[in-house]
Unconditional design. Sequence first.
Length: 248
Amino acid sequence: MKWVKRLIVAVVVLIVLVILGLFLFLDSIVKKGVQTVGPAVTKVDVKLGSAKISPFSGSGELKNFMVGNPEGYNTSSAIQVGSIGVSVVPGSVTADKVIIRYVKVVAPEITFEGSLTGENNLSKILANVQGTEKKKPENKEEAKGQTRKLQVDDFLLSGARVHASLLGQTLSVTIPDIHFTALGQGPEGITPAELTSKVLNAITKETLQALSSAAGNMGKEAIGSAKGIGTNAVGTLEKGVKGLFNKK
């Protein structure tokens, strides 16, 4: 039965070639995945400049990652990151659950636009993501991406700076590192929407706290400086500071 043996060998070789092909094109697979699933989950533009992932170790780097802003906001992006370190288990790329050893988001630049207590660009994107978790995907490709199981053993976002315009001044503040471990380690894993929601919720919370503190300090300094020019000026500034937290 030589033909049976030859057939088995041919099938094995074909499987190996397919797997090898997937590994060799791992960079493009990751980039396409980010730029396909990202917009579907956030409902805003999501772009990735490049992905370099070793097909052997699974470690690499994503460069020039950008999350755009919803309609109605003036700035071009909400989040920009020059470098993201990643490590995946190569064999899991074609499995039911992709195992990600770590994600290290290095020095992201966050642009905040809107109100500290009302709607803003970050809270709007977060609402989009949370809506995606409940909404049925529109097509098969979107469904496959949104429901893909993930496991993230370690996620770290560090050195983030937030830029905003408050009290007529351009303000930049830093936020604490955001660190998650053991995400999706159960059999059900974690979906891209769930992961995005968790991370974006933490970013939004830390951003609002940092900007609220900075705005409060700026308001106190302005009011203190105005005391020498009369009661009316102080009252006007106090109203302005309070108004900052109630307008878009």
